[in-house]
Design a protein around this ligand. Structure first.
Ligand code: FAD
Length: 395
């Protein structure tokens, strides 16, 4: 994909030709290459290596990373437009794309040293390698300060030990940004980030996580047994891990909001079509107010989500020059869009009646896939905590 120049939409949020172009590229690819195989990969739970490789070749695995580091050199709005289209065809592909773009590439680009960018960012942003992000542990999710994994400095290496859980793409990842405790007494201020190579001794892929939805996105535990991580693979300084983890999640949440929007739109379009065609009691079911009002609510929430996502994308774009935070915008977009995805998928199943429950249609997949957007990268409760604390001036 060529790197477009000035990509910012005008004040009325109309898209530039370059934004239209990336949206169309992602839409065409998603409908031609992903939609026909999404059901198969959901059923088998296999990782869709071939379509992910093609997405890399199209520049979709490192959209916001400058070309000099292997990315497509586009802006945040381009990223959310593309991710929405991919997720509309299949949310699992959206998860893999989102983690690679936001949780790995963005973190290394923003906090990595020049040698780290050369060695780890370039292959992942260009789609030749897969990146992952590992914060969660079996006994520590929303409350990262309670993590038990340890990194102990011994000369010019850190020795890593512990078990991390729920790592998206871990079964296939080449490199993972991992957060471990270097100073447990300091709780979250004692967390440090490391860049881990998955083919080195002491790194073990643990049990695969069996999942309700996004089944084609491979997820597993990872285990460290005396893994020796060179000091030059520390990301940022000792004790900066929590700050890095949260900054990266701010970016990630905008991506998950775009993924949720894609699922909501797929659900809505299928429901609209069905309401126009299906008949009961001598009329189209869309003529019943009980159905048509559901459609009205779905459409309105989708458009409201889109505006919150665009607002968050523009805030993140501004932050590149001003350094301002976009935590509030990202949390609001993620909260509202993920609850919209769940609302729309739930309504779509209902509007389809028995066929909504059948595995012959993708509607039940949208329903299973939508739920994850309310859980990962901060649950809806955590988004409400973030938003309310910022509004109350509590941090
Ligand atoms: C499919 C999948 C993929 C994932 N991928 C990754 C990944 O790539 N990397 C990674 O690091 N993690 C990943 N995760 C982990 C995910 O981010 C966590 O599951 C999530 O943050 C919640 O943590 P938890 O599961 O420990 O729930 P808990 O933190 O134990 O929360 C349980 C419940 O309590 C609520 N709760 C917790 N604290 C509060 C509070 N202060 N106020 C109100 N309610 C609260 C929560 O909202 C939730 O409803 C993934 C999870 C899933 C399911």
């Amino acid at each position: 994909m060529p790197a477009p120049s000035n990509m910012h939409p005008g004040p009325n949020l109309s898209l530039t030709p370059e934004h239209e172009m990336i949206r169309q590229t992602a839409r065409d690819f998603a409908q031609r290459e992903i939609a026909p195989v999404a059901g198969h990969f959901d059923e088998t739970g296999e990782f869709p290596a071939e379509t992910i490789r093609k997405m890399g070749a199209l520049g979709l695995m490192g959209i916001e990373i400058p070309e000099e580091y292997g990315g497509a050199g586009m802006d945040t709005l381009a990223y959310v437009l593309a991710l929405e289209e991919i997720s509309k065809a299949d949310a699992a592909h959206g998860t893999i794309m989102s983690v690679n773009n936001s949780l790995f590439c963005y973190g290394i680009y923003r906090f990595g040293s020049e040698p780290q960018k050369e060695k780890y960012l370039r292959p992942v942003a260009s789609g030749q390698a897969i990146g992952a992000y590992s914060l969660t542990e079996p006994m520590s999710g929303s409350d990262a300060g309670t993590m038990r994994s340890r990194a102990e400095r011994q000369g010019d290496v850190y020795v890593l030990n512990g078990r991390k859980s729920w790592v998206t793409s871990a079964p296939v990842a080449d490199y993972i940004v991992v957060f471990l405790m270097t100073d447990p007494e300091k709780k979250h201020r004692g967390i440090t980030a490391f860049l881990v190579e998955t083919d080195r001794p002491g790194f073990i892929r643990g049990k695969k996580e069996p999942k309700l939805g996004i089944r084609a996105s491979a997820t597993s535990e990872i285990v460290f047994e005396d893994y020796r991580c060179p000091v030059e693979n520390r990301l940022g300084e000792e004790g900066e891990g929590f700050k890095i983890a949260m900054a990266v999640l701010d970016a990630g949440r905008i991506g998950i909001a775009a993924q949720a929007l894609g699922i909501a739109e797929a659900s809505y379009e299928a429901a609209l079509q069905y309401a126009r065609e299906r008949e009961a009691f001598g009329q189209k079911i869309g003529q019943f107010q009980g159905i048509s009002f559901k459609l009205a609510d779905m459409k309105t929430r989708i458009e409201a989500s889109r505006l919150l996502i665009y607002q968050a994308a523009l805030a993140k774009e501004r932050a590149k020059t001003t350094g301002e935070r976009f935590t509030l915008e990202a949390a609001m977009a993620k909260l509202f869009a993920s609850e919209t995805a769940m609302f729309c998928a739930h309504a779509a199943v209902q509007i389809h009646g028995g066929m909504g429950y059948s595995r012959e249609l993708p509607i039940e997949r949208y329903f299973r896939d939508a739920k994850i957007t309310e859980i990962y990268e901060g649950t809806s409760e955590i988004q409400r905590l973030v938003i309310s604390r910022m509004e109350l001036g509590l941090r």
